[in-house]
Write a protein that binds this ligand. Structure first.
Ligand code: SAM
Length: 264
């Protein structure tokens, strides 16, 4: 198959067979499961997914890859290719009844954060997600309070999902080799154990503000949104920085202040 990797689509194709096997083992696709691959590229993991599950939806932005994929997997199972942008794709529309999707992908690094947020909005339709991402992004996703990498991405994801970094992958597993290290991560949307977030937009706004100037105290970084008294009433010391608050603290703070606009 001849396709010159395109930088603008973030194309770093996996070629190391050991890494591909390890990824497939971690996903553990089973017959009948509804898997969706984002960015199948030339099909490095597509074949293994199709073979195990018997069917697969895949969303690919690079139109030139669609006929190549169709030809390569013509006899391999039911591959439903969607030519388009995963950032705008309605994943929930693929569901049959109330089944939950298993989403996987070696994601283009340039869109990984907006794509994670787009998928979070659809987390109710999702059983789990497995992604190959820049290692530094996976570290930020999984970081806990007090760590330098703990920030907006950690809080927003961990409020909705269990984040489980699985293993690191060196640049040599890809062609062309990226300049950064990669890591494979599993995300499982929380169900019964999810904290109740009364107003998700307000929660997102608070978290974004709190970390937008992470060296400032919460009293200052959240000045436009809540008063020091409201912070204290929620049990949060206004002199702390955002990185000291746990995910549960942020949820509690958002829930106890979410009627603010109604009262001011
Ligand atoms: N899965 C293949 C592999 O592991 O070799 C390709 C991975 S490559 C890092 C990322 C893939 O995502 C490319 O095929 C690229 O064309 C595709 N892609 C880039 N942006 C996309 C988007 N917004 N929506 C869907 N696919 C996208």
């Amino acid at each position: 198959m001849s396709h010159r990797p395109r930088k603008r689509f973030g194309q770093n194709f996996l070629h190391d067979q050991g890494t591909i096997r390890r990824i497939l083992q971690a996903i553990d696709p089973r017959p009948g499961q509804h898997l969706v691959e984002i960015g199948p590229g030339q099909g490095a993991i597509t074949g293994g997914l199709l073979q195990a599950a018997g069917q697969l939806d895949a969303v690919e932005l690079d139109r030139d890859l669609i006929p190549l994929l169709q030809r390569r997997f013509a006899a391999a199972g039911e591959l439903r290719l969607h030519s388009g942008d995963a950032l705008r794709f309605d994943f929930c529309s693929l569901r049959d009844g109330d089944e939950r999707l298993r989403i996987v992908g070696n994601l283009p690094y340039n869109i990984s954060t907006p794509l994670l947020f787009h998928l979070l909005d659809q987390a109710d339709c999702v059983e789990d997600m497995h992604f190959l991402l820049q290692r530094e992004v996976v570290e930020r996703m999984a970081a806990g309070p007090g760590s330098k990498t703990y920030g907006r991405l950690s809080v927003m994801l961990q409020a909705r999902c269990r984040v489980e970094p699985l293993f690191a992958i060196g640049a040599g597993a890809f062609r062309p080799a990226p300049k950064v290290e990669s890591a494979f991560v599993r995300l499982q949307p929380k169900r019964r154990d999810a904290p109740r977030i009364d107003r998700p937009e307000w929660f997102g706004e608070l978290v974004t503000h709190a970390f937008s100037q992470r060296r400032k105290t919460l009293r200052n970084s959240l000045r436009e949104l809540v008063t020091a008294e409201q912070l204290e009433a929620a049990g949060v010391d206004p002199k702390l920085r955002a990185e000291r608050l746990s995910v549960a603290d942020f949820v509690h703070l958002a829930n106890t202040t979410c009627n603010r606009s109604a009262t001011t």
